[in-house]
Write a protein that binds this ligand. Structure first.
Ligand SMILES: [Fe+2]
Length: 133
């Protein structure tokens, strides 16, 4: 079952193109969810002002198609609501993996990744991150 991130999206829970989709219990994830959930790899703790690498991969749990009629259009990365970066993809010739170097002066909130599939809408995942002095 597709789960929306905000209560306000409950009225359109059946429409995959309304709002942002996410997975609340990865152990219960369907194949559709496994194919679309962006998986974030990042340190759990980082030092203030120091660069660290974040990798976001779509299709890590279950391979997502990568053909002109069905592919991942972009991945965006945020710290809380603070925009960090974006990568656009084309079918066949690029893989839906974003690698970014990030430097945070303070904790903005969780690291959040969004991805957009041309056939299955927008998907989000998040991980905790702590910024130390
Ligand atoms: Fe898809």
């Amino acid at each position: 079952m597709v789960t929306k991130t905000k209560d306000t999206y409950q009225e359109c829970a059946e429409d995959i193109f309304c709002g942002v989709n996410t997975v609340t219990d990865i152990k219960q994830a369907t194949d559709l969810e496994k194919k679309h959930l962006p998986i974030i790899s990042a340190p759990k703790t980082v030092k203030k002002g120091e660069c660290f690498e974040v990798t976001v991969e779509v299709g890590k749990l279950l391979k997502h198609p990568n053909e002109p009629g069905h592919f991942i259009q972009f991945i965006e990365l945020y710290a809380g609501d603070t925009y960090l970066g974006r990568m656009d993809f084309t079918a066949k010739t690029t893989c839906p993996i974003m690698k970014a170097c990030v430097s945070l002066d303070h904790a903005h909130g969780k690291l959040r990744a969004f991805e957009r599939c041309n056939l299955h809408g927008t998907w989000e995942s998040e991980v905790d991150i702590k910024v130390t002095e």
